[in-house]
Design a protein around this ligand. Structure first.
Ligand SMILES: [Zn+2]
Length: 180
């Protein structure tokens, strides 16, 4: 792949570079509630009653915890369009990033990327979910988890949503290069 391929892909990710995902007014979801690594293969979202940080309006919003892009390929496009975990205020029309853990899961390519809000690094409970080698601790996960694929216990962990997009782009490009 030539330089142009990389440049065009960088352009796709431009909305992320503008700081949308690092919006200081980003809505925070308690980490303990949304610890996303359940070992479930399905895309998963939960309704939350959230308050707009701009106008105070409260509305129910779906918060995604897991995107299975093999089962639901449209979710990948929505992620690239910055539509995942976005609070669209019905009253003032402003958009706010919902700062919640998110798992990106590609069953075909057998990799997953897990985003955690950077605040997780200051949370002692958070670190207990991992083994010393950085893999996910299996304690408390369903028995069916083990058959889902070992790669699921070794997600590529990021603390920046833009980095999630870049890593997905990286894996897509590597796969494409190796098919040639
Ligand atoms: Zn509002």
């Amino acid at each position: 792949m030539g330089l142009h391929g990389w440049l065009s892909h960088t352009q796709v990710a431009e909305p992320f570079a503008e700081g949308y995902f690092s919006n200081p007014a980003g809505l925070k979801i308690p980490l303990a509630i949304t610890f996303a690594f359940t070992g479930d293969d399905m895309s998963k979202m939960t309704p939350y009653s959230l308050q707009c940080p701009y106008c105070g309006h409260t509305q129910e919003t779906m918060v995604w915890a897991s995107l299975n892009v093999t089962q639901d390929p449209e979710l990948k496009a929505r992620l690239y369009a910055a539509e995942i975990n976005r609070f669209d205020c019905e009253q003032c029309q402003k958009q706010t990033f919902i700062n919640a853990p998110l798992l990106y899961h590609d069953m075909t390519m057998q990799f997953c990327v897990q985003y955690y809000p950077p605040e997780a690094l200051d949370d002692e409970d958070f670190h207990r979910h991992f083994n010393a080698d950085g893999s996910v601790a299996m304690t408390g996960l369903p028995a069916s988890f083990a058959t889902s694929g070992e790669y699921l216990t070794k997600p590529h962990i990021v603390f920046d949503m833009s980095e999630m997009i870049r890593y997905v782009a990286f894996r897509d490009h590597v796969a494409e290069a190796n098919r040639k």
